[in-house]
Each structure stands twice: as C-alpha cells, then as structure tokens.
Design a protein around this ligand. Sequence first.
Ligand code: GLU
Length: 372
Amino acid sequence: MCGIVGYIGEENATPVLVNALKKLEYRGYDSAGIAVLDEEGLLVRKAKGALKFLEEKISTEIIRGSMGIGHTRWATHGEPSDINSHPHTDVAGKIAVVHNGIIENHAKLKNWLEAHGVVFRSETDTEVIAHLIDFHYNGDLLLAVEETIKRLEGSYALAVISENDPDRIVAVRKDSPLVIGAGKGENLIASDVPALIEYTRDVYYLDDREIAVLFRDHVDFYDEDGVPHSKELFHVEWDVSAAEKGGYEHFMLKEIHEQPKALIDTLRARIKTYTTKSINLEEVGFDASWADAGRVVITACGTAWHAAMVAKYAFEHFARIPTDVDIASEYRYRNPIIDPKNIFIIISQSGETADTLAAMRMAKKADQGLLR
Ligand code: GLU
C-alpha cells in the first residue's frame, strides 16, 4: 500500500501535494517524493524515510509550478531508498509517474524494454510504467496511458504528468483506490478522501480500469479503450477527524485502544437479543445452510493473519467447525484444494492487501467451478 496525490490548478502545487501526502502517511512512510511541472520543465524531488525528510530536502529551494504529483511509499519491489522512491520518470525525465500497487509482470516488461535500449535506474516494478508510457507516447498522453495499461498485469493506481502536456494529469486505477477531488479552478487526485477534504468535498470515485484526465477547470473520464463518458459526483458529508488519529500518538495505538469499541459497534446491531443469543449476519450471506460447510478457511497477511489465528480458536471452540488459517501469499501460490462448500474468509485491514485479494479471487473462481 502507499499513498498517491496530484494537483492541477492556480496555486503553488508543492505545499498542496505535501499537505495532502501528510493525510496519507498511514498508507506508507518509507520514502516520499513529488514531481512538479513549472515553466522550465519537470522537477523531481524524493527522499528516503518519512515525509519530513522530503520536506527538509525541499525547504531550501523555491519550487514553483501549479501542477504536480506526489507519493508516500511502502515498498514492495526494491528497498526503501532515494532512487527507488516515486515519482519514476522515463529516460529523458519528461514523463513522471506515481504508482500504488504491484506490477506482476514487471520482470518480463523490463527485459522487453531493456532489449529496446532502456537503461533502468531503480529496482522497482513501477519504473517499467514510465518507460512504457514514453514508448507509446506520440503526442497524446491519454493514448499512451491506454496502450500502457493494456500491457500491465497486477494492481495499480497511477497518476502521470508529462512536460509535453502542461495542462493535464492522467490518472487510472485497477485494484488500488483512487479518488478525484473536483475543486473550483483546481482538481486533485488522492488515494483516499481525507487528503482532499481541505480542498474540496466533491469527489469522483474512479472505477477499475477507468481513466480520468484532469485539467484545471474540468475532468474528463474515459473507459480503458478511450471511449468518453460522464460520471456521478459525490458530496462527502462525513467527519474527517474520525478517520484521523483522534488524539493518539500514532494510528497503531489508536487502533489497539479502539478494538473493544469497534467490536461492539460492529456487533451491536446484529445481536438481536442478549437473551436468545441469536446473531444476525444475513447481510454477509450467513444462513443456516452454512452449517454444512464442513470447514472454515481463513487467509490473511501480517497482523491480519494473527487475527485469523484468534478466529480459529473461536470458531473451533464455540462453533466446533474445523478451521484452517493460511498466509495469503503462500496460499495463492501453492495450488490449494478449494472446496466450494467451505466457508472462505479473508481478513485485510486496508482492504487492499494484494495477496489476500488474489486468494479471495481464487476462492471465488473455485466457487464458480472455474478452478479445480
Ligand atoms: N510496487 C511499488 C513499489 O514498490 C509501489 C508500492 C506501493 O504501492 O506501496 O515501489
């Protein structure tokens, strides 16, 4: 997971990008970077470590430019370092890309690009995207992005800017979140709504494989083949402070302390009466037929896997249903035997854990008889 942001408007982009990134630090904090387009061209600044190191790095210079993109990273490919930080650029440094996700076929694409003379600078999966966009660029950034995403396997939320297109940011997503904020004379991109609220409460939620082209005064939407369409604007009413740290020193501490309340809030409406002890979970598809499931299979990664281990104790102790717990990254690659009768549960704190989502898709395919 990581956080991406973008700004195009009349203001100085850099403080907006840094400020928006601060709201996304919970998504990743091993390095950060920005790319800003000013009259002289593309300027990229990146730094390993928390966002404050990037802030320190740029504090001594005046960066002008009213459009740019930014990133706060949680590395998947390539160690946290200045070079591996996003944004990544093409060889000429004219196209910049920020990416949240994993490009599964990056090694193959890298070989192909190297055979076409591209010299790579970083160890990330993301860098292939910048070079592919350059390869497909023929004066039309939207078309170059369309051609590029046809070649990408995996998950991505992308924001792309180019020196040759100083009036637009192109954004697209697949299996990673991306929200567009519609302001007055300015438009923004972020991985999550809290980063936008200070600037606008009017947002578009980008769908999978949908492309947005942000100009200063409007946003155009296209499907993956470049066919334009209109899109519904949402007004965000909810209280952002609830999504932030709520007085705790850091998010982990807040989440630990919130566990009893979160459990009570989740279950309260579903526990019909304390006397009959009946729990109603119809909305997640739980019904009496599940009594024949025979087995519960839970997949998860990291701390969610520890939560799954607790669930195993509870399921086996209270419900007497045998329960398997699997690390999702092992599960998806070990050709598991999936019985469509079983109850399959995934746990992901972010809702975006790539391996866990892949395990879920495998189980769904098995359920539809598409896997053996
Ligand atoms: N895969 C990219 C990288 O490692 C993006 C990471 C992320 O989404 O957190 O740089």
